[in-house]
Design a protein around this ligand. Structure first.
Ligand SMILES: [Fe+2]
Length: 208
């Protein structure tokens, strides 16, 4: 058996603003540790576990725990992809917050009546998440609807390339240095840095 393929590595995408640009809503220290520590860690670990799987595929290692390997692959690759969406979904102070426009505003109005009701339901959903995870709004190709959903940890319900429009990280590393155990305060503050242009851009990519 000869397998020649050299797999391309995962890479940490650039942060689209300075680490302090989301202040006062999200402290620079949080963004620094979150991006340079956690996200970078997911990228590095993704490459490590992909390499390990490659060795298994090529028969270079014969003793391995495939279940444990898959668990680490899913955790790290999904972690990398979800964070890549999260960073772009926020904008520096003065450019974020407010309300969406375009197609996203139309769909929100159709499904939620108005933006304030959407914000209320999204916030309730985010605050209901037990432990760590994500709250997302994604575009469902099957019926053309926006769908609200929570993911526990990086594992459950998540398909890495799900058409996510809006995403909120609710791991403690996303808020604890500033908000401690008051996660709902972080969720409330996050609305001030939502990048609606990015959310609209994401949606436009999915809608055919
Ligand atoms: Fe995170």
């Amino acid at each position: 058996m000869s397998i020649q393929a050299q797999l391309k590595k995962y890479e940490l995408p650039p942060l689209p603003y300075k680490t302090t640009d989301l202040e006062p809503y999200i402290k620079g220290e949080i963004v620094d540790v979150h991006y340079n520590g956690h996200h970078k860690g997911y990228v590095n670990a993704s490459n490590t576990y992909v390499e390990r799987l490659e060795k298994v595929i090529k028969g270079e290692v014969t003793s391995y725990d495939i279940q444990g390997l898959m668990r680490m692959l899913v955790f790290n690759i999904n972690g990398h992809k979800l964070h890549s969406l999260y960073w772009n979904n926020m904008a520096p102070q003065g450019k974020g917050g407010g309300k969406p426009g375009g197609k996203l505003a139309d769909l929100i109005e159709k499904q939620y009546g108005n933006f304030d009701n959407f914000k209320k339901i999204f916030t309730e959903t985010a605050n209901s998440l037990p432990g760590t995870g994500w709250t997302v709004l994604y575009y469902d190709y099957e019926n053309g609807n926006l769908q609200l959903m929570t993911f526990e940890n990086h594992f459950q319900n998540h398909i890495a390339e799900l058409p996510i429009v809006l995403i909120l990280d609710e791991f403690e590393h996303a808020y604890y240095l500033q908000y401690k155990n008051k996660r709902a305060d972080y969720v409330g503050a996050w609305w001030n840095v939502v990048n609606w242009d990015d959310a609209e851009k994401k949606l436009q990519k999915f809608v055919k």
